[in-house]
Design a protein around this ligand. Structure first.
Ligand SMILES: NC(=O)c1ccc[n+]([C@@H]2O[C@H](COP(=O)([O-])OP(=O)(O)OC[C@H]3O[C@@H](n4cnc5c(N)ncnc54)[C@H](O)[C@@H]3O)[C@@H](O)[C@H]2O)c1
Length: 436
């Protein structure tokens, strides 16, 4: 059976499986994507298959990160995974045309049109933060599996976060958040150690993201300072549910500088730091958050978002997590592991877990000798996309899944709302509401 037909059939069966009628089968698409070590065998199979038999990815957002998504899928295809970029979407025609040409893909300016393309089986979302949630909802409603960039939503969109995660879960589609650091086996091995009781009851963790520069904000490329809203630039679609404003080229190209579309370190960078820690702790959503920060180095004209952000989270059951970060200093620490140069430290009642070089160190309290556990594989950002495709085929849960995404995104909303209100943010799980 042709690979794509098998995937499509498997997908409709998985829909049934979510209704407890049919068990998810593992079919030929899974065999083709199962392991890069099997790439040679898969590659010979692929050579026999035509382009239309491959799994079709639709990439939404053809800017910097969208380019990386396309590169990752192209790399996987080269390594023998049965995937192709079927369609691309961007509200800015010049970027759209470049991506469509490079990948011989169908081009759409509206994501709704990309979702209606029968050649698109799964979607990869790399648009600005404030449109991710709505595009995820539309994609799973259109029965597409979703790889969505971090942060899952904009900091003011907690209602969208809740709705989108509900829709993802209801749909039974695969969902991977673009926190590629979750490809590092260290976090999964440490989660298992904590579960086994290696440090007793976990009680405290530290993590963070440190760098120098506002290259991700003010430094974003302005392709055309004279660009105008019109047939080649859909300003309304860019704005989404953000406040209506007249067109502004700086807002369009350098959206990360503006609070309407971005949150700065807490939403841009902390998903990378907090996601592994939240996974290791298995602590759910926080109960309380406090935060301090501001524009302490890059108080440049037009920049609205902080460059320094520090938050403390308290989880039910008494776990505290400190997430710290500044764009004014990038000291990497010793044996740094994970994004932003700060290795997490996890403390329990009976010991501490740290990450040192290629090992996890478990240090019991007192004078007992440490236990060193070799880390089986480090971060591999392309593996994160491969894991997504494997889960699309198998129905297994991806390594940065929806529930974890909800818990982390809730913490990020709470941190930003706490900073804005200069008060403690509290999450009420009964009402699923954040109050400051
Ligand atoms: N995982 C990572 O390490 C990583 C790295 C960089 C960026 N990101 C994330 O990727 C996302 C994109 O960041 P970027 O740096 O590529 O930004 P970018 O501005 O370079 O690209 C965004 C693209 O989306 C397009 N766009 C805007 N609104 C749209 C809409 N409604 N529909 C379709 N296209 C739309 C823009 O025209 C632009 O080409 C962000 O959420 C960012 O946080 C993640």
């Amino acid at each position: 059976m042709m690979v794509r037909m098998a995937y499509v059939q498997r997908r409709s069966q998985r829909k049934d499986a979510t209704m407890n009628t049919v068990k998810t089968p593992r079919r030929s698409f899974l065999r083709a994507t199962a392991a890069l070590s099997a790439a040679a065998a898969a590659a010979s199979h692929l050579r026999a298959a035509g382009a239309n038999d491959r799994l079709g990815v639709g990439v939404i957002g053809c800017g910097g990160r969208g380019g990386s998504h396309m590169y990752a899928y192209a790399q996987l295809a080269q390594r023998g995974v049965n995937v192709r970029i079927a369609a691309v979407c961007d509200v800015y025609k010049p970027r759209l045309a470049r991506a469509a040409d490079a990948h011989k893909a169908a081009a759409y300016m509206r994501h709704e049109d990309l979702l209606a393309d029968p050649g698109v089986d799964v979607v990869s979302i790399a648009t600005p933060d404030h449109v991710h949630g709505v595009q995820t909802i539309d994609a799973v409603r259109a029965k597409k599996d979703v790889y969505c960039e971090k942060p899952f939503t904009h900091w003011r969109q907690f209602e969208v976060t809740k709705r989108a995660i509900e829709e993802v879960k209801k749909s039974g589609r695969a969902f991977q958040l673009g926190t590629q650091g979750m490809s590092d086996r260290a976090w999964h091995q440490a989660a298992a150690l904590i579960k086994e009781g290696a440090i007793g009851k976990p009680i405290h963790a530290e993590c963070g993201y440190f760098r120098v520069g506002d290259w991700g904000e003010r430094g974003m490329p302005v392709d055309d300072p004279n660009a105008q809203a019109g047939p080649d630039l859909d300003w309304k679609a860019f704005l989404g549910d953000a406040p209506a404003r007249p067109f502004d080229a700086s807002r369009f190209f350098r959206w990360r500088m503006y609070a309407d579309y971005s949150g700065g370190p807490v939403t841009d960078l902390f998903p990378h730091s907090l996601t592994p820690v939240a996974h290791m702790l298995g602590a759910g959503a926080p109960a309380k958050a406090v935060a301090v920060g501001g524009k302490h180095r890059y108080d440049l004209e037009g920049r609205e978002i902080p460059d320094t952000f520090n938050m403390l989270l308290e989880y039910p059951g008494g776990i505290t997590v400190a997430v710290l970060g500044t764009q004014a200093n990038d000291y990497q620490g010793t044996g740094a592991r994970g994004a932003g140069g700060r290795s997490p430290v996890i403390r329990g009642w009976e010991g501490t877990i740290t990450f040192e070089g290629a090992e996890i160190w478990v240090r019991p309290l007192g004078n007992k000798p440490p236990r060193k556990v070799p880390i089986t594989a480090g971060e591999d950002w392309i593996q994160h996309f491969h894991n997504f495709l494997e889960c699309c085929a198998s129905g297994k849960t991806p390594q940065s899944p929806a529930d974890l995404c909800f818990n982390v995104q809730t913490a990020l909303h709470m941190g930003m709302l706490a900073l804005q209100a200069d008060r403690t943010a509290r999450y009420d799980p009964e009402k699923a509401a954040i109050a400051t």
